[in-house]
Design a protein around this ligand. Sequence first.
Ligand code: SF4
Length: 246
Amino acid sequence: MATNNKLDKREVQELATRFEGKDPETVIRWALERFHPRIALASSLQAEEMVILDIAWRMNPGVRVFTLDTGRLHEETYMVMEQIREKYGIEVESYFPNREVVEALEREKGFYSFRHSVEERKYCCGIRKVEPLGRALNGLDAWVTGLRREQAVTRGTVGKVEADESHGGIIKVNPLTDWSGEQVWDYIRAHDVPYNRLHDIGFPSIGCAPCTRAVKPDEDMRAGRWWWELPESKECGLHVKSAGAS
Ligand code: SF4
């Protein structure tokens, strides 16, 4: 286990440059050797994160995985969590929002307040995702995500290694930034990786049930997330622009 995992801006920039263009295995191996067990994969049970989980588990069966159980997830998403337990023997570390705050939200604003405005939607994401993420990252030196640059206009400059300034400067590792969707699915098929069945019925991106819908073949892959909003506002606050991004 590494003892000093604080990296300064220069080191982060050097790592981002060093790993740019490198395959996910190289990035994940480095991250696990450097940070485990103070590193965890953040998984919303989408295809990208299942690929990373499978690669990481083959290197270290003790790899840590956490998820944000917002209380509004699809049934299919819980089924993937269970498959992870069964196939990989991994206990998914689930983080639930603060019960009293959710109760107050639902009593005061109703059950679909997120449809009223971007502010109301971000308020709900703040309660159900951002606050639990802060708890999940507490005590970690690094986290791993399945972000890919082609997923959204807001993700076009994501680096493979970044400093996450919105979470105390801990390291954020994004091994799949330059992968295409086709590469993700090639890996899943080649390695028989469990995946969320919603992907089979037109969901390229999966989040909370009331805020995610299937998309048509000619639609953007994030078109089904908060589809009533403009593309520029379509982030939930989990992935704030970080230092070291290329
Ligand atoms: Fe709330 Fe929708 Fe955000 Fe989920 S995605 S936390 S239901 S606003």
